[in-house]
Design a protein around this ligand. Structure first.
Ligand code: ZN
Length: 199
């Protein structure tokens, strides 16, 4: 049985390692690389290396950034009394699109025992350290999923003794939906309709 040449096979194998890329997509991407100019391929490779080299987590909010602290944490015009807690940087971007001008904290996921993700794997300690008397409200903007729910309950328990107001955004979103797919209008309404948590 004939096989692809070694270097093509390797390229397909590398693409298959990417999230959401099955064997067929990997093949399609590899063929695409062969179709485009060497210049284009160089640009792609260079942008991957450049992002890898320059992007890191903000040491305050754990957003992805090329500056530390990130632009949001360094922005003096922001409302520093309100910290919105999100699971991933993409959720931060989604909330940012609504025009929210407070601060953020990126947990790095949600509690998910099935995926081996416990509270100790999330940036929860770092969040608690940020809750000083200067912070008046923590907004939990977690995904409407069982993992997001479990994380919200866990955080609420830890935050409540600190005497800070804890709110959760009201979802106009179906349970199981990803927050970053929500349109800004829906998210704006969800933010405006946030409610204090009293578990
Ligand atoms: Zn930051």
């Amino acid at each position: 049985m004939a096989e692809y040449a070694e270097s093509l096979r390797k390229l397909i194998e590398e693409f298959k390692k990417l999230p959401g890329i099955g064997p067929k997509s990997a093949q399609r991407l590899a063929f695409h690389i062969l179709e485009v100019s060497a210049e284009e391929v160089k640009k792609l490779a260079a942008s991957m290396l450049e992002a890898k080299k320059t992007i890191r987590h903000c040491s305050v909010c754990f957003n992805l950034t090329d500056k530390d602290p990130c632009e949001i944490c360094a922005d003096k015009s922001r409302e520093t009394k309100v910290i919105t807690v999100v699971e991933e940087p993409k959720d931060l971007i989604a909330i940012e699109r609504t025009g929210f001008r407070g601060l953020y904290h990126v947990l790095g996921g949600a509690i998910s025992p099935l995926d081996g993700l416990g509270p100790e794997n999330l940036r929860i300690k770092e969040l608690l350290k940020r809750i000083t008397s200067k912070v008046s409200e923590v907004v939990l903007a977690l995904n409407p999923s069982t993992e997001g729910e479990a994380t919200a309950i866990y955080l609420h328990k830890l935050l409540q003794p600190l005497g800070v107001k804890i709110t959760r955004i009201a979802y106009g979103l179906p349970v199981g939906a990803d927050m970053d797919y929500a349109d800004p209008m829906t998210l704006t309404r969800a933010l405006e309709g946030r409610r204090e948590v009293n578990v």
